[in-house]
Design a protein around this ligand. Structure first.
Ligand code: GUN
Ligand code: FE
Length: 451
């Protein structure tokens, strides 16, 4: 038939598959059969009962099929739509100040260290491994202002096989910590060098993302140049928006001629369907409308929003505005690099909003599962290639075993079906339950020891 892939079949898996689709938050295929071709794409997905017919049709040996265990399932890899790789060195500390003080006291001094490439290599290797083994198959990273260290982050993601957007941070304004900033010319020139050199490497799963830190650390001229660079090269864009009320007020002071914080980015061509903005806790309806119209998305970072006392994003309101939304860890404002934590904090925040207003339409675990997978892919405009188990997409998957030896889930025999196993994994599971991770068909966890 016409949708048959030209490449041969490399692997076939049989067992339970759990994923989100565009119309169902959790779709479950029991005794499914999924074939991955030699390019890492999903060639077919069908029923295990049809293994003989499918092995004939696709030319694989039925005995070579990998059979999942009774307490196992495959789910799509999780998508971290916002994480500062460079801040991992102090994750789990320094959560005692509001955002703007936190940046000056803790963040800028640490980020300044990344002019040392060996320091960068050490932290970047740790964060890529940590996120991969916790099930993050796609990460949208902030690095620092240093081009060479940012290129190194791209190389490390490529080496370990993680799908990644990597941003060299741009900031030509820093009144509080003047050691850590660039001139306007450096910021523009180094952004062009970063993009050019990263694209030249031709890493199959790693792309550059234009990264103004946030409006308060950028001149209007720099914002304009970055908008142009993104437009001319059709690139992704990431930044922060409306994380705290103090920051919103600061932007009003710094950019008095604009209608809103969102308008500052919009008027510099920084809101596109390849833009992801972190936080957005305090956006107005008018601003959300602008997100909807431009196709820009929001990275919801609940651990960070709570840890820095920034605000509680009303995810239901964002979804009602039909604005794309994914989940982010926001390390180190968020203390956990695990997307399972982002799932739990998203549910907690929704329940806190329900405590305040019992009429609130609380998010379900199924909805949050979708946000952590397909929703994140949509937010990063990568859902043509990843996010769920559709034929033609890359096989980005977690092999979950809810009964892993020594793991955190006790299965008391209630005859738990796959939906309950998914719920337990999301609420109680950890990396011990993630026994294998695949990105574009390639097994990347457990790590292969390399020379
Ligand atoms: N706003 C500008 N920079 C940052 C950052 O590094 N972390 C967070 N959480 N918000 C920011
Ligand atoms: Fe952030």
């Amino acid at each position: 038939s016409s949708n048959e892939s030209a490449a041969g079949i490399a692997h076939v898996y049989r067992g339970t598959f759990v994923h989100a689709t565009y119309h169902t938050a959790v779709e479950i295929l029991e005794d499914g059969l999924l074939g991955v071709d030699t390019e890492g794409k999903i060639a077919f997905i069908g029923s295990g009962k049809e293994v003989d017919r499918l092995s004939q049709k696709w030319g694989f040996e039925a005995f070579a099929v990998t059979q999942l265990g009774q307490h196992e399932f495959f789910m799509p890899g999780m998508v971290d739509t916002h994480i500062h790789a460079s801040q991992y060195s102090y994750a789990g500390t320094a959560l005692d100040m509001p955002l703007l003080q936190w940046l000056n006291m803790y963040t800028f001094p640490v980020e300044a260290c990344y002019k040392d490439l060996e320091f960068a290599r050490n932290v970047y290797t740790h964060i890529v491994k940590r996120t991969l083994r916790n099930g993050t198959t796609t990460a949208c990273y902030f690095a620092t202002i240093h081009t060479d260290a940012s290129l190194l982050l791209g190389q490390i993601a490529n080496d370990f096989g993680q799908r990644a957007l990597v941003g060299k941070v741009c900031m030509d304004t820093n009144n509080f910590f003047p050691h850590y900033k660039e001139t306007l010319d450096e910021s523009e020139g180094e952004t062009n060098r970063f993009i050019g050199e990263l694209l030249k490497k031709k890493y199959p799963l790693v792309r550059p993302v234009v990264t103004p830190r946030f409006a308060p650390s950028c001149s209007a001229t720099l914002l304009g140049h970055l908008g142009e660079i993104a437009q001319n090269n059709d690139l992704h864009i990431q930044s922060h928006i409306s994380e705290t009320k103090e920051e919103v007020n600061l932007v009003k002071e710094l950019f008095p001629d604009y209608d809103s914080y969102t308008d500052v980015y919009h008027r510099h061509n920084l809101l596109t369907d390849k833009t992801v903005m972190a936080h957005g806790c305090h956006l107005t309806d008018g601003e959300l409308k602008l997100f909807r119209e431009t196709g820009a998305s929001i990275a919801h970072c609940p651990n960070s929003n709570i840890s820095l006392c920034s605000g509680m994003l009303d995810v239901r309101r964002v979804l009602n505005h039909k604005v794309k939304l994914g989940l982010g860890t926001d390390v180190a404002g968020g203390y956990s690099p695990s997307m399972l934590d982002a799932v739990r904090r998203t549910l907690d925040t929704s329940k806190a909003l329900t405590i305040q207003d019992t009429q609130y339409h609380t998010l379900t675990f199924e909805e949050v599962f979708r946000l952590a997978t397909l929703g994140g892919s949509q937010a990063l405009s990568l859902d043509e290639n990843t996010g769920n188990f559709e034929v033609g997409k890359d096989f980005d998957a977690l092999r979950v075993n809810t009964d892993a030896a020594g793991g955190p889930i006790d299965l008391i025999n209630h005859g738990e079906g796959p939906k309950v196993l998914l719920e337990k994994f999301l609420n109680l599971g950890d990396d011990r339950n993630i026994v294998e991770v695949y990105v574009a068909g390639k097994r990347v966890v457990p790590f292969v020891e390399r020379p």
